[in-house]
Design a binder for this molecule. Structure first.
Ligand SMILES: Cc1cc2nc3c(=O)[nH]c(=O)nc-3n(C[C@H](O)[C@H](O)[C@H](O)COP(=O)(O)OP(=O)(O)OC[C@H]3O[C@@H](n4cnc5c(N)ncnc54)[C@H](O)[C@@H]3O)c2cc1C
Length: 405
C-alpha cells in the first residue's frame, strides 16, 4: 500500500467512486463522513427505484447538464451510461432499461448494491471514518467534530465530495459553503433543483386530489430566452401545488422564469389527444336531463380534470362549451413560487467551476479536489445526477493516479 495520505470527505456516490478507483490502484484512501453510515441519499434514491442512468445517445445525454455540459464532458467520457451498467454488473447487479430509457438495477433497490460496493471498498483497503463532520480547514489542518472531540488531520491529497443541501437529514447540509467561503472561493447560491412548485389550490381541491397523478397532459411555456417548450407527460398534484416528472424535467427553466417574474402562469393541455374543435363539438351536444357532471363524465371529463376546471371557472361559465373547451386545451396553471431546497431532489448552484482546473482541482489550493453535487451544475432526474457525480469521482481519482506516476 502506498503511504500517500488521501482523504475523501463525503461518503456519497461521488466520494465512494473516487475511493474505488484509488483503492483498486493500490492506494488506501480514508473516507470521512458526518453521518453514522455511508451514502444515505443514494440509499433513499433506492426507494424511488434507483434510476442509475439513462440509455440515450451520448450528445443528447451530455446536453442534459445545460450550461455545465462542457465541464461534465470529461466525467462522462470516463464514466458513460454504459460504464454505469458495467460497474453495477461487476458488483453482481445486472441492470435493465425501462420503457422510458431509464436504467435500473433488476431489483430496483439501492441497499444490496451499496452493501456490495462498501464491502468491495473495505476489502481493497479503503478506511472509513464515520461520524466525522468537517468543521474547518486552516492551512493544512482539517478539523473534524466527532461525538466528543475535535480531531485534527493533515493529508497529502484531499477530495471534497460534500454534496448539495437538499434532504439535509440525509447528511448533505451545505455547511461546507462557510468553510470554502473562508477560502475566498466563488460559490453560487444553492437553490432547489428537481423540486415542486406552489399552487394556491382551493382547500376542497387539495383535500380531494393531493397525491393524484395527472397523466397525459402537455405542459407549454416559454423560457427566459424566449424558447417555447411543449412536453407530454405526467405530473402529480401535491398538497402545496405540483411536482412529478414533467415538472422536475423543466424545474431549472421554470425556476429561472419565476425568479424573473412571479407568479408564473403556464399552459396545460389537459386533452392533448383531442382538438379544441372536437371538444367544443362534444361539449355543445345536448345533455338532455343529465347533470353536467354526468354529461362530462361520458365525454371522459371527470375526477381531477373536471375539478381543475372548477378551480378556474365560475359555476355559470362551466356551462359554456366554448370556454370549457378552450380552458381544457389551455389550462392556466399558476405557479406562485418553488418549494424549498430542503425538499428538493437535488441542488443547483454551488462551488463554481471557475475555482477548478480541468482535473477539478482547486486552482488556489493544489492537492484539494472537489466533485459531485457540491459543484455548480444541475441535471434533471433520470439517472443524470448519479452518472454525473460518480463520473466526477472517477475523473478526479484518475487524475490523481496520473499525478503519482
Ligand atoms: C429522494 C431522492 C431520490 C433520488 N433519486 C435519484 C435517482 O433515482 N437517480 C439519480 O441519478 N439521482 C437521484 N437522486 C440524487 C442523488 O442521490 C444525488 O445527486 C447524489 O447522491 C449526490 O452525490 P454526492 O456524492 O455528490 O453527494 P451526497 O450523496 O449528498 O453525499 C455527500 C456526503 O457528504 C457528507 N457530508 C456533507 N457535509 C459534510 C461535512 N461537513 N463533514 C463530513 N461529511 C459531510 C454527507 O453526509 C453525505 O454522505 C435522488 C435524491 C433524492 C433526495
Amino acid at each position: 500500500m502506498s503511504p500517500i495520505k488521501i482523504a475523501i470527505i463525503g461518503a456519497g456516490p461521488a466520494g465512494l467512486m473516487a475511493a474505488q478507483v484509488l483503492c483498486e490502484a493500490g492506494y488506501a484512501p480514508t473516507v470521512f463522513d458526518s453521518m453514522p453510515s455511508a451514502a444515505r441519499k443514494f440509499l433513499r434514491a433506492g426507494r424511488g427505484g434507483l434510476n442509475l442512468t439513462y440509455a440515450e445517445e451520448s450528445t443528447l445525454f451530455s446536453s442534459r447538464y445545460f450550461e455545465a455540459e462542457p465541464f461534465l464532458l470529461p466525467a462522462l467520457k470516463t464514466f458513460s451510461p454504459e460504464s454505469m451498467r458495467s460497474w453495477a454488473a461487476e458488483l453482481g447487479f445486472e441492470t435493465f432499461v425501462g420503457s422510458s430509457g431509464k436504467v435500473y438495477p433488476l431489483d430496483k433497490k439501492a441497499a444490496p448494491l451499496l452493501r456490495a460496493w462498501l464491502q468491495r471498498l473495505k476489502s481493497k483497503g479503503t478506511q472509513f471514518k464515520m461520524k466525522h463532520r468537517l468543521v474547518s480547514w486552516e492551512n493544512d489542518t482539517w478539523k473534524f467534530q466527532t461525538a466528543d472531540t475535535l480531531q485534527e488531520y493533515s493529508f497529502d491529497k484531499v477530495i471534497l465530495a460534500l454534496g448539495g443541501a437538499s434532504w439535509p437529514q440525509l447528511g448533505s447540509t451545505g455547511d461546507w459553503v462557510k468553510i470554502l467561503e473562508n477560502k475566498s472561493l466563488i460559490i453560487n447560491p444553492l437553490k432547489p433543483a428537481n423540486m415542486g412548485f406552489n399552487v394556491s389550490w382551493s382547500q376542497i381541491f387539495k383535500e380531494k386530489f393531493s397525491g393524484t397523478p395527472l397523466k397525459n397532459v402537455t405542459l407549454n411555456f416559454t423560457d427566459i430566452n424566449g424558447k417555447t417548450h411543449s412536453k407530454l407527460g405526467e405530473l402529480l398534484v401535491s398538497e402545496n401545488g405540483v411536482e412529478g416528472n414533467l415538472i422536475y424535467t423543466h424545474s431549472k427553466l421554470l425556476r429561472e422564469k419565476i425568479e424573473q417574474n412571479s407568479p408564473l402562469t403556464l399552459s396545460l393541455d389537459l386533452f392533448p389527444h383531442r382538438t379544441e374543435e372536437k371538444l367544443k363539438q362534444q361539449l355543445s351536444a345536448s345533455r338532455g336531463k343529465q347533470s353536467l357532471s354526468a354529461f362530462w363524465k361520458r365525454l371522459g371529463l371527470s375526477g381531477v380534470r373536471a375539478s381543475l376546471l372548477r378551480e378556474v371557472l365560475s359555476k355559470e361559465s362551466l356551462a359554456d362549451a366554448h370556454l370549457v373547451a378552450k380552458t381544457l386545451k389551455e389550462f392556466p396553471l399558476t405557479l406562485d413560487s418553488y418549494r424549498p431546497l430542503k425538499e428538493a431532489i437535488s441542488t443547483a448552484g454551488g462551488l463554481s467551476f471557475e475555482n477548478l482546473d480541468t482535473h477539478l482541482m482547486l486552482k488556489k489550493f493544489p492537492d484539494v479536489f472537489c466533485v459531485g453535487e457540491m459543484l455548480d451544475w444541475e441535471a434533471p432526474t433520470g439517472g443524470y445526477l448519479l452518472t454525473g457525480v460518480m463520473g466526477q469521482g472517477k475523473q478526479v481519482a484518475e487524475a490523481l493516479l496520473k499525478s503519482f506516476e
